[in-house]
Design a binder for this molecule. Structure first.
Ligand code: 1HE
Length: 268
């Protein structure tokens, strides 16, 4: 059942394991502003398909260079001159990768800088946590390019900012950045320094949770959102039945009972 992930198997992604179980997955075509070509999408599918069974405790998803990701590789798309069916299948592979991220059960923390645009925003919105620095900006330039979103923005970006803002972004090419982007939900954190460093810290903290708890948080919440309230409440109870009785949790509960565990305190 256990799988192994070999960093040498990836080339458009730079993949690295850290000793605390955190892995970094870095879009590694900075000369092309990390535009998403077919090979990159296939490497994302490969990595995120294996990660839940390869002992990956958390992932930091980043982009090499000054920009996180420029979205769909427009040059490849132009050169391939795809048929409607071809491009539908391209989009289905994007969904395969992004659904594996969102529903896979492994926390994915995106470290954002520069352009997070088009398909780059679709990719970022599939992560569970987004950390941006002050250079990061978000846009959906599809409308201006004669295109439409195909990697899940209609679902995930709409979830983050609401339908009207999503439509405005697509119609007008509106750019969001800075604190406003956080206030709207495009990112959860904005940091003065490096978003990568901050994302690594969050990932390290996340990796201290029990894997089964993280699995439930990073798969059940998304699945439950897709259900009716009645069914979601039922499924939540079933998930909690499994997670909240896991043997590995007993030591943590015992530590709370004997007062050795940290208490939850307000931020000073
Ligand atoms: C690219 C791409 C790309 C750059 N596909 N090659 N996405 C967009 O509409 C965004 C398009 N990109 C840009 O607006 C800018 O490139 C950036 C703001 C991201 C960066 O600007 P800059 O000045 O740093 O770089 P540049 O000079 O524009 O580009 C540098 C190189 O990257 C250049 O290649 P070169 O070989 O001429 O050096 C660019 O061609 C290349 N490059 N972006 C291919 N996107 C499933 S549907 C999803 C639909 C979408 O995602 S639509 C949104 C597409």
């Amino acid at each position: 059942m256990a799988l192994t992930l070999n960093p040498a198997d990836f080339s458009n992604l730079a993949v690295q394991a850290h000793e605390n179980g955190v892995w970094s997955v870095t879009l590694n075509r900075p000369a092309k502003r990390n535009a998403l070509d077919i090979d990159t999408i296939e490497e994302l599918v490969t990595f995120f398909s294996a990660a839940p069974r390869a002992g990956v405790a958390a992932v930091v998803l980043a982009g090499a260079g000054d920009h996180f990701c420029a979205g769909l590789d427009l040059i490849e798309h132009h050169d391939e001159d795809r048929s409607p069916a071809d491009f539908m299948h391209v989009c289905l592979r994007w969904h395969e990768a992004f659904n594996k991220m969102e529903y896979g059960g492994v926390p994915v923390i995106a470290a954002l800088q520069g352009a997070v645009v088009g398909g780059g925003l679709e990719l970022a919105s599939s992560a569970h946590i987004r950390v941006m620095d002050h250079s990061a900006y978000f846009a959906l330039p599809e409308g201006q390019r004669g295109l439409f979103t195909g990697g899940g923005a209609t679902i995930r970006v709409t979830d983050l900012v609401g339908k009207s803002r999503m439509i405005d972004m697509m119609l007008t090419g509106r750019v969001y950045q800075g604190q406003e982007a956080v206030d709207l939900g495009l990112a959860q954190y904005i940091v003065d320094g490096s978003s990568l460093e901050a994302a690594m810290e969050l990932a390290a903290r996340t990796a201290q949770n029990l894997p089964l708890s993280n699995f439930a948080i990073c798969s059940a919440v998304s699945h439950l959102q897709n259900m009716s309230a009645m069914d979601a409440a039922y499924a939540e109870a079933v998930v909690a039945g499994v997670v909240n009785t896991q043997p590995d949790a007993r030591a943590r509960l015992a530590a709370f009972a004997d007062k050795s565990a940290a208490r939850v305190r307000r931020n000073d």
